[in-house]
Design a protein around this ligand. Structure first.
Ligand code: NDP
Ligand code: GUE
Length: 294
């Protein structure tokens, strides 16, 4: 079997196009320019990839970017003060603090300080609870993108066996919640899971969010399964340069799976499109405008 390659780049571009249309309308009819503040403390390789690719997409969608780069020595009090200022700024509709944060800063305390209405990452405990309760909320961007990509090849996920590898608050747990909302039967695996390859072989939908380059092999995949690769791993490439690979051995997966997302060009671009979508949703809600159906 040769898998369908799910083209995240193209699907994300289509979504960004729809977002740009609504942003133009929001500006023309209400004079609103959605603003997204991205805070990066210190340097983290995956975060830097994110910041780099995000900047262009924000401008193309007609939104305003407010980028804050702080030194790695920033104190928790300084970061809390910045968040208070962004919460109070009416031109800022979305606030994203890049994770991980340096060790002197308690990330839970920071996330809890963000105005839940501006929490475009969907990480605030209030929004996490709303998602778990099935209430409308700002849902995390990467998980939203994963589900959209799976649905691009299989519009109904109802009744399917889904296995998520990884249980982080950023990806694993919220993607499991969203798959449950789609009526999949969801298993969440992690580093203590016994016989991970056997658990994975049950999956009609396999989501890999591990952070280990090419850990998922071809013989872990059920023939015909949908494989969503979230991993962003920098590894040595040709001529001393580095390259990005996912958590799935792509060439092997493509022999077995029904559909697979590439890295780059899969989940990453969707994360950015969903960040724009959440910022647009937040800007509308903060201005008392009705929700969108994109
Ligand atoms: N494309 C995108 O838009 C995004 C990509 N990413 C990427 O996705 C990956 C995962 O990110 P994130 O969730 O933040 O990572 P974390 O490190 O927070 O979580 C990794 C998870 O994988 C599990 N795990 C680690 N090793 C193994 C193993 N050998 N077997 C089974 N499970 C294992 C861990 O288990 P345990 O809990 O037991 O420790 C943990 O639950 C990274 O590569 C990251 O860069 C992240 C966000 C967005
Ligand atoms: N609060 C917070 N929210 C996040 O969502 C978050 C975070 N912190 N910290 C870092 C990770 C990582 N992440 C990525 C998003 C997009 C790409 C992306 O666009 N990748 C492209 C480009 C890759 C390339 O440049 O080659 C691709 O996969 O095709 C990558 C990585 C979001 N994260």
């Amino acid at each position: 079997m040769t898998a369908t390659i799910i083209d995240g780049k193209t699907i994300a571009a289509q979504l960004r196009g729809k977002i740009a249309t609504d942003v133009a309308h929001l500006n023309a009819a209400h004079g609103i320019v959605p603003g997204i503040a991205v805070v990066l403390v210190g340097a983290d390789p995956a975060s830097e990839v994110y910041v780099r690719t995000k900047a262009k997409a924000v401008a193309e969608a007609g939104m305003r970017a407010i980028d804050k780069k702080l030194p790695v020595t920033t104190s928790e009090a300084e970061l809390l003060a910045l968040i208070a200022a962004l919460n109070a700024d009416p031109a800022v509709h979305g606030i994203l603090v890049q994770l991980p944060l340096p060790p002197q800063i308690d990330s839970h305390r920071i996330i809890s300080a963000i105005d839940p209405g501006k929490d475009v990452d969907g990480f605030h405990p209030l929004n996490v609870g709303r998602l778990a309760s099935g209430l409308p909320t700002l849902a995390p961007c990467t998980p939203l993108g994963c589900v959209m990509l799976a649905k691009s090849v299989r519009p109904s996920l109802a009744g399917l066996e889904a296995v998520v590898i990884g249980r982080s608050n950023i990806v694993g747990k919220p993607v499991a919640q969203l798959l449950l909302m789609e009526n999949a039967t969801v298993t969440v695996a992690h580093s203590k899971t016994h016989d991970l390859p056997a658990v994975c072989r049950r999956a009609d939908i396999l989501v890999a969010a591990i952070g280990r380059p090419e850990m998922v092999r071809g013989d872990w995949i059920k023939p015909g399964a949908i494989v969503i690769d979230v991993g962003i791993n920098r590894v040595p490439g040709k001529e001393g340069k580095s390259k990005i690979v996912g958590d799935v051995a792509f060439a092997e997966a493509a022999q077995v799976a029904g559909a697979v997302t590439p890295v780059p060009g899969g989940v990453g671009p969707m994360t950015i499109a969903c960040l724009l979508l959440n910022t647009l949703r937040a800007a509308r809600a903060l201005n008392g405008l009705p929700a969108l159906n994109l």
